[in-house]
Design a protein around this ligand. Structure first.
Ligand SMILES: [Cu+2]
Length: 154
């Protein structure tokens, strides 16, 4: 009995700190610079851009993106076939260990379908980035003046 207890104690002392370090590492995702552009009347879909940084050396898998603004959000990339740009959905979103994922005009973006309100210059809204490990990052997103759009695209 006494010996078994000793082993249990040893087990707790070794495993618990490891678990702690591991779960902390899994949270090393930093997201900033999230923005979109104001919408025109009747516009239902928008593209959102942001930068995601994984400071850990483990890959971070993203399960989904959610927001009060839309019930359908997908990550897209733009692929060219014979000079024709086409949007393709990225099903498995992964931010690789020690690397960045940039969503920017002309490339990867979040696509919001059927947005519920008009977005005006200066507005902001929240996006939830839901990770596979169960944690959620809340990302504040700025709505920029549409006159800035051409600048960002060049
Ligand atoms: Cu798209």
């Amino acid at each position: 009995m006494k010996v078994k207890f000793k082993y249990l104690l040893l087990f707790i002392l070794i495993i618990v700190p490891f678990e702690h370090v591991f779960s902390k590492k899994n949270n090393h995702l930093v997201i900033h610079g999230s923005y979109t552009f104001e919408t025109y009347d009747g516009q239902e879909n928008i593209a959102v851009y942001m930068s995601l940084f994984n400071t850990s050396d483990k890959d971070i898998q993203i399960d989904s993106f959610s927001s009060d603004l839309s019930s359908r959000i997908e990550m897209h990339d733009i692929k060219f076939t014979n000079d024709i740009a086409k949007m393709v959905m990225i099903k498995e979103v992964v931010v690789k260990g020690k690397s960045e994922l940039y969503l920017q005009p002309g490339g990867k973006h979040l696509m919001f379908f059927g947005i519920k309100e008009k977005l005006n210059d200066g507005d902001s809204f929240d996006i939830q980035v839901n990770l596979k490990n169960g944690t959620t990052h809340n990302v504040k997103t700025m709505v920029l003046n549409k006159n800035l759009k051409s600048k960002y695209l060049n």
